[in-house]
Design a binder for this molecule. Structure first.
Ligand code: GLN
Length: 324
């Protein structure tokens, strides 16, 4: 670890300490019973940049279920298999301004397709499109794709999956409605099982940071030196993350933090920062990915302390995509 990395890590640790108390205004998600057991005051972060810098602080090593962050992964996977245009015929790329699990505008949108793949209806549609004849075949394809991204086979937290499966009334309602309007491409219960199991995939902040870094590099994995998915898919995904990734908090997040990011109700956030121009004076100007974990969430479903920490990182190190 060189001097630069040491200083940056030290600074990051001080920001984690500063941001932890913000968790007191949030709560761990309760509608998925198994998530209630998390410690609301955990706050962890990992930042990986394309030159090999790795910064970590707080509870960065803890594993948690990625929940909605999986919506980025199934979208990229399905685009890679079916092509962007087929996928976008079936799910739009427009923000909603509604909660992530809202049902209200699904019927009003014309054409009726779900607004975007970063909210539940769109993500369930996308999961129904994963190639495979059974939920286990579909899931296996997804798991293998995750392995290409993070370099290891992830586990699915069975307890979290079961606890959500048994109480997924709203997601079931969304899925059955999608089937009725012709925007579900498998059996309803299969789509739901795949969707809820992908939400229960476990990662830590390092895994999230690596996926963020791969997105920053337009699909290139700097560790395996392989192009994992197409550049064009990376660009659509980042646009979706910026406009819809933090749900109905995406506007403020873009204005004050300015990074394509995706959150999940378990308190994870995966953010991606593209390389900056050579003129940039930021210490991390060559592109990076950031993984965050802070399980106390706000009313919208975003990690409270996690968002504060990202704001600090973005503002102090000038990482907003809107800064030059
Ligand atoms: N599994 C969760 C759900 O479908 C994911 C939602 C989220 O992370 N916002 O409700």
């Amino acid at each position: 670890v060189n001097e630069k990395e040491k200083n940056l890590s030290y600074t990051l640790q001080s920001w984690v300490t500063e941001c932890k108390p913000f968790a007191k205004d949030g709560r761990c998600a309760t509608y998925i019973p198994a998530l209630m057991d998390s410690n609301p005051f955990d706050l962890g972060v990992c930042l990986l940049d394309s030159t090999g810098i790795k910064l970590t602080a707080g509870e960065w090593e803890k594993y948690f279920t990625i929940q909605s962050i999986s919506k980025v992964i199934n979208f990229i996977l399905v685009c890679s298999h079916l092509g962007i245009s087929t996928v976008l015929d079936r799910v739009d790329v427009e923000p909603t301004g509604d909660a992530f699990n809202s049902i209200i505008h699904l019927e009003l949108h014309k054409p009726k397709k779900p607004f975007n793949p970063m909210i539940n209806p769109g993500a369930i549609t996308v999961s129904s499109m994963i190639p495979g004849n059974s939920s286990s075949e579909k899931l296996e394809l997804l798991i293998q794709f995750v392995e290409k991204l993070i370099g290891k086979r992830p586990t699915i937290n069975q307890e979290v999956f079961e606890s959500e499966w048994e109480t997924a009334y709203r997601n079931r309602a969304l899925a059955y409605y999608l089937k009725e309007i012709g925007y579900l491409y498998s059996d309803v219960e299969i789509a739901l099982e795949v969707y809820l199991k992908q939400c229960a995939i476990e990662m830590n902040t390092v895994d999230l940071a690596l996926i963020g870094l791969i997105l920053s590099l337009d699909g290139f994995n700097p560790i395996t030196q392989k192009q994992i998915f197409d550049k064009k898919i990376a660009r659509v995904t980042k646009a979706l993350m910026l406009t819809c990734g933090m749900y109905n908090g995406s506007g403020k997040f873009a204005a004050f933090i300015g990074m394509p990011a995706k959150s999940g109700v378990s308190g994870g956030i995966m953010a991606t920062v593209p390389p900056k121009s050579l003129m940039s004076k930021t210490p991390l100007n060559q592109g990076c990915g950031i993984g965050i974990y802070g399980p106390a969430i706000d009313d919208i479903g975003n990690s409270l302390a996690g968002v504060m920490l990202l704001k600090k990182i973005s503002q102090e190190w000038e990482l907003s995509i809107f800064s030059c």
